[in-house]
Design a binder for this molecule. Structure first.
Ligand code: PEP
Ligand code: MN
Length: 358
């Protein structure tokens, strides 16, 4: 992967996770100043606010537009906070930069669109402003990386990724499906890229903000961007997911920040012993999968010779049910077992189809 090292900005050796907070949308000057005052008191240094809002349906509140930038300047003057605003096109970039906005973020509905990301990147050409890139609404890691690469090619070096979850048609506990494995894979692919969690858009509900932030911290995320409103009940957008500055203060004070390194010798020894065991089991799992796949291929050959279809629905349904039930007795969740077995089954089918069409 052709990616150059990304500056460690904005975390730079503080040891503390980055905290960005502010309302979903800038609604009025009074609202912004009131929220900023509360957030300043709990130590927030970067103030977020949506000025142009990408909304699912027309006739929803679409943001206050350019005049909100003037209100935001007052936040900066009065509280000395840095400002972060969402941009979706070149015009937004120009207006935000002219208004002295310090950082930009690209929203989930924009990251999906390479034309839009390219337009923003071109508008930013060699302006070294920090840019946060939200994950696209669809679970497509390459698209997320592609947006980051477009910014890098335009000479932007201060880039961070924001994990805000992925749209789902299934009914789930949260507003958006976190799919933690995707940002984890992003971090594996680009280790120097700071990763920030957006618990507000993942959860869609204040009740889950704390658990999501804690989980992200346990996964070594570098910071968080949280929606906060002085009076969430009357917020013009995303009312259910905005916490008050006070509530955010409580969440932050209860956050458990665990050490990323383990320094005690003893702990190291115990951990490495356990990790050796995990490595052993992984090897065994691979051997088992290899053997299972060999059998599946032999069955594929048999099906071909006897001219029967690859998929035998009844048999597959039995396998899945049997293993889900067995899994339960072993404390393995239905979701986990069904994900694993569906992946194994899909791979068997692919192999058998190759044999059929050989
Ligand atoms: C937002 O941060 O207010 C926003 C619109 O988020 P997203 O792009 O994640 O939906
Ligand atoms: Mn929002």
């Amino acid at each position: 992967m052709n990616i150059t090292k990304i500056d460690k900005w904005p975390i730079e050796n503080t040891g503390r996770p980055l905290l960005v907070a502010g309302p979903c949308s800038a609604e009025s000057e009074e609202q912004l100043l009131e929220i900023a005052k509360g957030l300043k008191e709990i130590g927030v240094e970067i103030f977020r606010a949506g000025v142009w809002k990408p909304r699912t349906r027309p006739n929803s509140f679409e943001g206050m537009g350019e005049k909100a930038l003037v209100w935001l300047q007052k936040v900066k003057e009065q509280f000395g906070m840095k400002l972060a605003v969402e941009v979706a096109n070149a015009k937004h970039v120009e207006m935000a930069l002219n208004a002295g906005v310090d950082m930009l973020w690209i929203g989930a509905r924009t990251t999906v669109n390479p034309f839009a990301v390219q337009e923003i990147s071109d508008a930013l050409e060699s302006r070294d402003i920090p840019v946060f890139v939200k994950n696209p609404i669809n679970p497509d890691l390459e698209l997320w990386i592609g947006a980051i690469e477009r910014l890098q090619k335009a000479g932007i070096t201060k880039i961070a990724a924001i994990h805000r979850g992925f749209s789902s048609y299934r009914k789930i506990r949260y507003r958006n499906e976190p799919q933690w494995q995707i940002p984890i894979e992003l971090k594996r692919r680009i280790p120097d890229l700071p990763l920030i969690v957006d618990p507000s858009h993942i959860s869609g509900d204040v009740a889950f903000i704390q658990e999501i932030i804690q989980k992200a911290m346990d996964l070594n995320y570098d910071g968080m961007i949280v929606e906060s409103h002085n009076n969430p009940a009357v917020a013009l957008s995303d009312a259910k997911q905005q916490v008050t500055p006070d509530a955010l203060g409580t969440i932050m004070s209860e956050l458990i920040l665990r050490s990323r390194e383990h320094n005690s010798e003893n702990l190291n020894d115990n951990l490495s012993e356990l990790r050796d065991m995990i490595d052993d089991f992984d090897e065994q799992l691979l051997d088992l999968l290899e053997n299972r796949m060999q059998i599946a291929k032999t069955i594929g050959q048999y099906k071909k010779e006897n001219n029967i279809t690859v998929l035998q629905n009844k048999r597959w349904d039995q396998i899945l049910q049997k293993n889900i039930n067995r899994g339960k007795t072993k404390g393995l969740s239905e979701h986990f077992i069904s994900t694993v077995f569906k992946a194994i089954h899909q791979e068997s089918i692919n192999n058998q189809e190759n044999i059929m069409n050989d």
